[in-house]
Design a binder for this molecule. Sequence first.
Ligand code: ACO
Length: 343
Amino acid sequence: MPNAYISGTGFYVPPRVVTNDDLVKTYGIDTTHEWIVQRTGIEERRFAEEGVGCADLALPAAEMAIEQAGIKKTDLDMIILATLSSDHCFPGSGVYLQRKLGLCEGSNAKFVPCMDVRNQCSGFLYSLGTATSMVKSGAMKNVLVVGSEVHSAALDLTTRGRTVASLFGDGAGAVVVSATEEDRGVRTWKLGADGRHADILAQKIWDISKRPFIPNDANGVGQVQPEMMWAQMQGKTVFKHAIERMAMVLMEACMAEGITGENIDLFVFHQANLRINQYLQQMLGIPDSKVVHNIQRYGNTTAATIPILLAEATRSGKLKKGMKVAMVAFGSGFTWGAAIVDW
Ligand code: ACO
């Protein structure tokens, strides 16, 4: 059975920087830089321009990862795209990415399977687990895994929506998971979910049990109320469960490997809130030198946070071959996951 290792990483964030002060000045939101930094650690985020979608952001991230992996696009056997902000309701954004990669035309045509994973902030780790299983089974040699989010289009950028709107940013991160005979790669992954909390953080833009699924006005034009249109979140409940579940799933993964936190060289936590991660660090006694963050610069990019961190850390030299890496995420659903990787 081959091992499955991360052969390449890549990321892309749109160029437009939106600072906390811009939320006040440009959008008229009643907030302050101090409030947002104190509660979340976020100083700025990136917003994509109108006309740029989920697969558009995914493309440069994917190309960077493919190049670093040292393979051709046509060497890919599968594409997994994790997002909560897919270009359309259906089809998923994975097929749009395949098309943008040029895999549907001419001599490059390779009609590999494309799958979207809709697990919000845990989406990348659910996808990594899936890709690892595909590779370890021998069915695939190279699987592209991308987390890509365009949040800015679906944020209520008014004072009414400030709690959620101050948290999220746009961006994409990608990895290639490849087969190897070397003694390295994804050692273990653990995933979990608790559907009792499905409504605590949700964007219910429609209700498919209703007829029609979006209410219509007299002219047959869909009418979506603000509380359906924008994500609704009970922030304190998310915060509490995030800490508990992230600590628990990390310990589960370490136990499966017969290791403790001491054996981990680098912790790559999902970037929902700097305070959540600092709380976790304190609870588990993890020194700052073993943690990477980017929420200060990008906000919460949901499925993209972990692959963006991996791409940045490999390029800054913080993440090197031979290191033992722990990745942990928690998000809407609630869903969570952890992976231990020998880089
Ligand atoms: N600026 C100023 N005031 C604000 C802002 C803002 N941006 N946002 C909220 N407030 C106000 C609220 O209106 C409220 O005012 P009130 O007391 O007059 O009603 C007050 O601040 C406190 O609001 P809370 O929501 O109770 O603030 P809290 O201390 O819980 O912090 C926060 C909110 C930062 C969102 C926090 O709960 C949090 O980070 N939770 C975790 C959220 C998270 O991780 N979400 C992502 C999950 S990942 C995924 O799957 C998408």
